[in-house]
Design a protein around this ligand. Structure first.
Ligand SMILES: NC(=O)c1ccc[n+]([C@@H]2O[C@H](COP(=O)([O-])OP(=O)(O)OC[C@H]3O[C@@H](n4cnc5c(N)ncnc54)[C@H](O)[C@@H]3O)[C@@H](O)[C@H]2O)c1
Ligand SMILES: [Zn+2]
Length: 364
């Protein structure tokens, strides 16, 4: 078991990682001395691990559970409202602790409920997806607006993250792949050695052994922890975590939430950002190798045909990081070294079109 400390201005909290990490949960709760405990989970996780948390927590505290419908659609106003109503009905107070038990959807939604219920109650993240090695760390919590992903939210740090990798055993392949995209992202922006390790050792998802999984989770969390500790509120450095996300989020939103996995969309976004880095910065990144590797793993490697470049640019403009008609893209100077570059809307439109054309040419 390993423990990584996250240091932000408001909070210092542990991310406990490893097989069996869940055993730490009662101690963490005891330190918080909750009046009540509310577990929020989703239908899939509940079906697989129905009483697992309750069994670990025991009977020391009055414990309630609310099960949301699985899927991105749950990050909505309606569900947010519903959870507040439920918490009020069970008479949770400011000493109550909320536990997010699930993937990034449960984590983001629960975190935002915790951030706002009675102006904020403590919460603990118990992530169950590979993707959540990213989403559960760093305190960004949010729900979606039909106009854009994660548009309503807060920076609100959990009191602890308990990342028990044994939960990942039941993940379907598509979700494993989705989370793997964020691991690749962490390596590309911050760690050349991790990138080379992944590139050499994980040609297909089946290559991910327990040891490899443990290594990528730990190093991914360490990278995220390091970035977040230096820039909690995304005033500068933290923006590098958006590598692959400007286009990725646009594709995801344009498809309709939940239609394409987050990681699949980010993978397309990372390929475009890599191509763009070579094209506009003169970088010499292994774009072709990355592209065939992604294909082998099963990632989509191009934007869905049904989405027009114009639609995507419009969505990208809604990105929270956009200023007037300029779009900021995180690019790579080399593997592990990022730079933030500004493009005009027209410029990026042409470049995205050119990339798409080039891909069509490759096929024909
Ligand atoms: N807050 C952040 O910093 C941050 C960072 C990245 C992504 N996100 C958000 O995270 C979300 C995506 O997270 P996700 O990919 O974990 O999605 P998710 O929570 O929807 O989980 C994916 C699917 O796997 C199922 N599942 C979860 N755990 C399982 C398990 N152990 N076994 C079997 N099935 C399981 C879920 O029910 C769901 O169907 C997006 O909303 C994204 O915006 C947030
Ligand atoms: Zn992401």
């Amino acid at each position: 078991m390993e423990s990584i400390l996250i240091n932000t201005t408001d909070e210092t909290y542990p991310v406990i990682v490893g097989n069996g990490a869940i055993k730490e949960l009662p101690n963490l709760l005891r330190n918080l001395n909750p009046s009540k405990v509310l577990i929020i989970t989703d239908t899939n996780v509940d079906a697989l691990y129905e009483n697992v948390l309750e069994d670990h927590i025991g009977r020391e505290w009055a414990t309630y559970k609310y099960v949301i419908k699985s899927g991105e659609a749950a990050k909505s106003f309606e569900m947010f409202y519903e959870l507040h109503s439920y918490a009020l009905k069970q008479e949770l107070d400011r000493k109550s602790v909320i536990i997010a038990f699930g993937g990034g959807v449960v984590g983001d939604l629960t975190g935002f409920v915790a951030a706002t219920y009675m102006r904020g109650v403590p919460f603990i993240q118990v992530p169950t997806t590979l993707l959540a090695h990213d989403s559960a760390v760093g305190g960004k919590v949010a729900i979606n607006h039909p106009e854009g992903k994660n548009m309503i939210g807060a920076f609100y740090q959990p009191k602890a993250v308990v990342y028990d990798s044994s939960f990942l055993q039941s993940l379907p392949e598509s979700e494993m792949r989705s989370g793997f995209a964020e691991v690749i992202k962490h390596s590309l922006i911050r760690s050349e050695p991790l990138f080379h390790f992944l590139f050499a050792e994980v040609r297909r998802l089946d290559d991910i052994t327990t040891e490899k999984l443990q290594k990528m989770i730990l190093e991914g969390i360490q990278i995220k922890a390091d970035v977040v500790s230096k820039d909690e509120k995304e005033l500068g450095l933290r923006a590098i975590l958006n590598f692959g996300h400007t286009l990725g989020h646009a594709i995801e939103a344009e498809a309709g939430y939940g239609k394409l996995s987050h990681g699949d969309c980010v993978a397309i976004g990372m390929l475009f950002a890599t191509w763009l880095s070579n094209k506009t910065l003169g970088a010499s990144l292994p774009y072709e190798e990355l592209s065939s590797w992604f294909k082998e793993i099963g990632f989509p490697i191009e934007v869905p045909e049904s989405q027009t470049t114009e639609q995507l640019i419009n969505k990208m403009k809604k990105d929270k990081k956009t200023k007037s008609n300029q779009l900021t893209m995180i690019l790579l100077k080399e593997i592990g070294v990022t730079t933030s570059e500004i493009f005009s809307e027209g410029e990026l439109y042409s470049l995205l079109n050119e990339w798409r054309e080039e891909k069509r040419g490759d096929k024909g």
